[in-house]
Design a protein around this ligand. Structure first.
Ligand code: NAG
Ligand code: NAG
Ligand code: NAG
Ligand code: NAG
Ligand code: NAG
Ligand code: NAG
Ligand code: NAG
Ligand code: NAG
Ligand code: NAG
Length: 436
C-alpha cells in the first residue's frame, strides 16, 4: 500500500515536470530576442520576431538565469504624481530615438471604471482599479494596444480611434508611418500633432512600439511603488522604475494654480489668509503619505526592487537637467544622445550654445525655478503642509521654514543637497543619511 502511493507520487511528479517543460518550451518564442544595437540612423528599427528565427545567437537559453534582462525590450516606468514635473521627465525619454513613450495611458482605465458622479474617490473600488492598471501596463509592455480598446468609448472600429489620451505627447505616435507628418519635421508640437494626426491606428501603434528597444510609460495614478510589485517581478518584463518626487509644497502650489475648481478652497485660503473651516486636507495628507511610503519602499532596497529603482528629485533635475538626465539614462541603460541635450537646453529656456552648457549646469539660478512656489503660497498654508508632511519633507531633504522672511528669501534654498545617485548603484543605500 505504502509503496503504491509512492509510485503514484513519482508518476504525478513526472507528469507535472512534463507539463512544466511543455509550457516553458511553448513560451520559448517569447525569449527570442532581437540582437542589441540599433540602426545606423538611430531610429527604432523593424523588430519582427519572425525575422530572428534564423539567428540563434540572439536567442536566450530559456533556463538561463544569467543576465536574462540584458536583451529584449527594456521597460521604464516613470512613477510620478500630478504636477511633480513628470511631463518634463517624460520628454527626456520621449526625445530619444530608440524610445517609445506613452503619457499616462492609465487615464483611460480610470475614466472607464470610475462612475462619473463618484465624487468620493475612495469609494471607487481601489483594488479593482489597481488590478486593471497593472493589467493594462502589462499588456502595453508587450506592445499590445488592442487591450486598451476595452477602456475606450465608443469602442474603436478596425482598431482605429481618435480618442487616444495625450497622443500628441508621444513622438512615435506623431511621426511616420503612424502619422503622416512631413518626414522632415524634426519635432511635432503636441497641439500640432493633434491637428495633423486624426485618428490613431492602434495596429500601427503596436508595430511602432515593437520597433523600439525601449519603452517608457509615465504614470501618475498608481498610489504606491509596492502596487507595481507583480510587474517588477514578472520575469518576462525588464522593468525599471524612475521615481520622481517633488517638494509637496511645490506640488500643491502648482495644483492650486492649475486645477481651479478642485482647489478652489485652497485658492481662497491662499488669497484671503483665512483657512476655510471646511477645507479638506486629505488630498495633501495622501500625497505625502504615498510619496513617503514609495520612497521608503524603494530606498529600503527590497530584493524585488534591487537595481530597478531610482529616486529623482524634481528640484535636482531642474537644477542640472543634463547631468541628472545622463544619470537616469545610465540607470535605465540608454545611450546618451545629443538630441536630448539640445531639447533640454531649448526647453529650459536658456539662450546659450551647447558649448556654454557647463556654465549653465552649475548656475545656481536654474534651481530657483523649481523653488519659485515660495513666492506664490501663503505662509499659513506652508505651515499647515509642513505639519502634515513633516516626515516626508525631512526624508526627502526638503527643509521646513519658520517665518515668512525665510520662505520668501530665495537666496536660501530649502532643498538640501543629497547624493542620490549612489542609491541605485551600491548595495547599501545610506545616501539619504549622508547629506553632502
Ligand atoms: C518598423 O520598422 C520598419 C523597418 O525600419 C519600417 O519599415 C516600419 O515602417 C516600422 N513600422 C512602424 C510602425 O514604425
Ligand atoms: C468616502 O468613502 C469612504 C469609503 O466608502 C468613506 O469612508 C468616507 O467617509 C467617504 N468620504 C466622504 C467625504 O463621503
Ligand atoms: C470591487 O469590484 C469587484 C469587481 O467589480 C467586486 O467584486 C467587489 O465586490 C468590489 N468591492 C467593493 C468593496 O466594492
Ligand atoms: C492600420 O494599419 C494597418 C497596418 O498598416 C492596416 O493594415 C490597416 O488597414 C490600418 N487600419 C485602418 C483603419 O486604416
Ligand atoms: C503663481 O500663481 C499664478 C496663478 O495663481 C500663476 O499664474 C503664476 O505663474 C505663479 N507664479 C509662480 C512663480 O509660480
Ligand atoms: C539670476 O536670476 C536673476 C533674476 O531672475 C537675473 O537677474 C540674473 O541675471 C540671473 N543670474 C544668472 C547668473 O543667470
Ligand atoms: C497666492 O496668493 C498670492 C498673493 O495673493 C498670489 O500672488 C499667488 O499667485 C497665489 N498663489 C496661487 C497658487 O494662486
Ligand atoms: C515632526 O515635527 C516634530 C515637531 O515639530 C519634530 O519634533 C519631529 O522631529 C518631526 N519629525 C520628523 C520626522 O521630521
Ligand atoms: C536672505 O538669506 C541670506 C542667506 O541666508 C541672508 O544673507 C540675507 O540677508 C537674507 N535676505 C533677507 C532680505 O533677509
Amino acid at each position: 500500500m505504502m509503496e503504491c502511493s509512492w509510485k503514484i507520487v513519482i508518476l504525478l511528479l513526472c507528469a507535472y515536470l512534463g507539463i512544466q517543460y511543455t509550457a516553458i518550451m511553448s513560451l520559448k518564442p517569447m525569449f527570442i530576442r532581437p540582437c542589441q544595437g540599433m540602426g545606423e540612423d538611430g531610429h527604432c528599427q523593424h523588430r519582427d520576431l519572425k525575422d530572428y528565427k534564423g539567428a540563434p545567437m540572439c536567442e536566450e537559453p530559456p533556463f538561463s538565469q544569467e543576465f536574462p534582462q540584458e536583451q529584449g525590450r527594456k521597460h521604464i516606468i516613470i512613477f510620478a504624481m500630478t504636477r511633480s514635473g513628470s511631463s518634463f521627465m517624460g520628454q527626456i525619454f520621449n526625445q530619444h530615438p530608440d524610445v517609445f513613450y506613452l503619457f499616462e495611458p492609465l487615464y483611460h482605465v480610470q475614466i472607464a471604471l470610475t462612475k462619473p458622479n463618484t465624487r468620493n474617490k475612495s469609494q471607487a473600488n481601489k483594488s479593482f482599479l489597481l488590478g486593471a492598471f497593472r493589467d493594462l501596463l502589462r499588456n502595453l509592455c508587450d506592445c499590445d494596444f488592442y487591450f486598451l480598446e476595452n477602456y475606450i468609448k465608443p469602442v474603436p472600429k478596425d482598431h482605429d480611434t481618435p480618442l487616444f489620451f495625450r497622443r500628441g505627447a508621444s513622438r512615435a505616435l506623431c511621426s511616420p508611418p503612424v502619422c503622416d507628418v512631413p518626414q522632415d519635421l524634426e519635432e511635432v508640437e503636441e497641439n500640432v500633432c493633434s491637428k495633423m494626426c486624426h485618428s490613431l491606428n492602434l495596429t500601427l501603434a503596436s508595430q511602432a512600439c515593437q520597433n523600439c528597444s525601449h519603452m517608457a510609460i509615465k504614470i501618475v495614478r498608481v498610489p504606491e511603488i509596492k502596487d507595481l510589485r507583480t510587474l517588477v517581478e514578472d520575469p518576462r518584463l525588464n522593468l525599471k522604475i524612475v521615481h520622481l518626487v517633488r517638494d509637496p509644497r511645490g506640488i500643491l502650489t502648482s495644483r492650486i494654480a492649475t486645477f481651479f475648481t478642485h482647489f478652489r478652497m485652497w485658492k481662497i485660503w491662499n488669497v484671503t489668509g483665512q483657512r476655510p473651516h471646511n477645507i479638506d486636507l486629505t488630498q495633501i495628507t495622501t500625497l505625502c503619505t504615498d510619496m513617503l511610503n514609495s520612497a521608503d519602499t524603494g530606498l529600503s532596497k527590497p530584493s524585488w526592487l534591487r537595481g530597478k529603482y531610482m529616486l529623482v528629485r524634481y528640484e535636482d533635475l531642474a537644477k542640472e537637467p543634463v547631468k541628472k538626465a545622463k544619470e537616469i539614462y545610465k540607470f535605465v541603460g540608454l545611450n546618451w544622445n545629443d538630441r536630448i541635450s539640445k531639447w533640454i537646453l531649448q526647453n529650459t529656456k536658456v539662450n546659450i550654445t551647447p558649448s556654454e552648457y557647463n556654465k549653465f549646469s552649475t548656475s545656481r539660478n536654474s534651481s530657483a525655478v523649481a523653488e519659485s512656489w515660495r513666492l506664490n503660497l501663503s505662509f499659513d498654508i506652508v505651515k499647515t503642509v509642513q505639519n502634515v508632511c513633516n516626515a516626508t519633507l525631512s526624508r526627502l531633504g526638503y527643509r521646513s521654514v519658520h517665518s515668512v522672511e525665510e520662505l520668501r528669501n530665495l537666496s536660501h534654498s530649502v532643498v538640501e543637497p543629497i547624493e542620490m545617485s549612489a542609491c541605485y548603484m551600491t548595495r547599501h543605500c545610506k545616501c539619504l543619511q549622508n547629506r553632502v
